[in-house]
Ligand binder design. Structure first.
Ligand SMILES: [Zn+2]
Length: 251
């Protein structure tokens, strides 16, 4: 498949045009080489590029690509090395950031809720972009310690767990990645537990003083599942071969 054609297809599925984001979504680097094999991963790091080269991929598809609004525009250092390797090896780069967090099917939030066996998964109303904070229900009232061990088992990583008090969990809110500032919105939505990737110092105070359980399960660990699901959908619906490569990151 041609690079532009693949971008068109991914855009059709993810509708990046309806979301304002901090980076360009879609085709970020175009080698114009026909795509037969795609490597998916969370972040377009040097290690992922090396894996893509080893696997003879024609393109990389990630959640965290390049050209963030907050970063210097100069192509130097780490950025130069990454781009140089992609260009030298004729590998195209596709990235979808917020459109992949919020998507009702392959979104990071929805995929994580499913991984944690939650039900009735819906966007929290009134928060933009729609789906950036999802709410869902546990099958039955669950103790925090039991939910925390499910999270640890599913993500193969020990989460940070803060108790908001002595109550069971029926309703959960999720914002994957660096979503700790959404704890106030989770609280307003009336959930018992808020799960995100990262924690800030004040997140702990909000949890303990306002009475909401909190789990920080890792930025990388909570964002593996959207790109993986998108890659599986791509493989199932085209003749492109797709391989997910997990480059572990403790953060
Ligand atoms: Zn992220």
């Amino acid at each position: 498949m041609q690079t532009k054609k693949l971008e068109q297809l991914l855009n059709q599925w993810l509708s990046p045009e309806i979301i304002s984001d901090y980076c360009p979504n879609g085709l970020q680097l175009d080698s114009e080489k026909t795509i037969e094999k795609v490597v998916t991963g969370v972040s377009a790091t040097q290690a992922l590029i090396d894996s893509a080269i080893a696997l003879k991929a024609d393109a990389i598809l990630v959640h965290h690509g390049y050209f963030w609004k907050s970063e210097p525009a100069q192509i130097v250092g780490m950025k130069y090395q990454r781009l140089k390797k992609l260009i030298k090896n004729d590998i195209s780069l596709f990235a979808y950031h917020l459109p992949l967090d919020v998507h009702p099917e392959f979104g990071n939030n929805v995929q994580l809720a499913k991984l944690f066996e939650l039900e009735v998964i819906d966007p929290v109303e009134g928060i933009k972009p729609k789906g950036i904070l999802m709410q869902a229900e546990t099958k039955s009232a669950t103790a925090l310690a039991d939910f925390a061990s499910l999270v640890e088992r599913k993500l193969a990583r020990k989460p940070l767990v803060i108790s908001g008090g002595d109550f069971l969990i029926n309703k959960v809110a999720i914002c994957t990645g660096g979503g700790q500032s959404f704890i106030e919105h989770a609280l307003a939505a009336g959930v018992d537990l808020f799960i995100t990737g990262e924690v800030s110092e004040q997140t702990v105070h909000v949890a303990t003083e306002m009475g909401i359980h909190f789990i920080a399960a890792g930025h990388h660990a909570t964002e593996r599942y959207g790109i993986k699901a998108l890659g599986e959908y791509l493989a199932a619906n085209t003749d492109i071969q797709v391989e997910f490569v997990d480059i572990d990151n403790p953060a």
